[in-house]
Design a protein around this ligand. Structure first.
Ligand SMILES: CC(C)(COP(=O)(O)OP(=O)(O)OC[C@H]1O[C@@H](n2cnc3c(N)ncnc32)[C@H](O)[C@@H]1OP(=O)(O)O)[C@@H](O)C(=O)NCCC(=O)NCCS
Length: 164
């Protein structure tokens, strides 16, 4: 997995697809009062590590996490300044809601928010579906970033010191 560099000063003008409004799907910044709901949704759908990263968004002066909602249901999320400062992600969409433009809407809401917060570039860290990002963005794969920030990451707390 590679990190991608995104120029935020010449983002394409991608608005949420009309199909989202037709279905009553809104994309907006999450509120602090929704923290517990958003984080338990992220944990249930995408696991503990993404929940840990997404939690960071609610520690920022302005919440750096956007959600897609339909009536009272969360369909997806995207955040920045979570894994690392200046990093976009993680992002995820509920499987049954994929293919409608929700991921695209979340991506551009978040990248435009980064630009408004005076970032010149965003880094999409440890990219999985690179083609999803390359569909609209003229991204640059960052040389040497295959391991990226996650190289030393713990995946379990361990069971005491290895030599105990
Ligand atoms: C990647 C993800 C967020 C995309 O969400 P989505 O709501 O399905 O995406 P959209 O409907 O907005 O897709 C918009 C366009 O991108 C394309 N696209 C979506 N996922 C893609 C993928 N994995 N690879 C290539 N193209 C993709 C769609 O076909 C669509 O193009 P079209 O309009 O020409 O049909 C979603 O698949 C997901 O949650 N994946 C699991 C988590 C994940 O991998 N997150 C990214 C970590 S870097």
């Amino acid at each position: 997995m590679t990190d991608l560099l995104v120029r935020l000063y010449d983002l394409p003008a991608i608005a949420p697809r009309p199909a989202l409004a037709d279905r009553g799907i809104a994309i907006r910044r999450a509120m602090a009062a929704e923290r517990h709901l958003v984080l338990s949704w992220v944990k249930a759908r995408f696991g503990d590590a993404w929940e840990s990263e997404a939690a960071r968004a609610f520690t920022r002066p302005v919440t750096t996490l956007w959600i897609a909602v339909q009536e009272t249901a969360i369909l997806g999320f995207a955040c920045y300044d979570c894994s690392m400062r200046g990093f976009f992600g993680p992002t995820g969409v509920y499987p049954a809601a994929r293919g409608l433009g929700v991921g695209e809407g979340l991506l551009f809401a978040t990248l435009n928010d980064m630009r408004a917060m005076e970032y010149g570039y965003a880094i999409i860290g440890g990219v999985g579906p690179e083609a999803f990002y390359r569909r609209w963005l003229d991204v640059i794969a960052i040389p040497g970033s295959d391991t990226g920030i996650y190289g030393d990451m713990l995946h379990s707390p361990g069971d005491g010191p290895p030599d105990a």
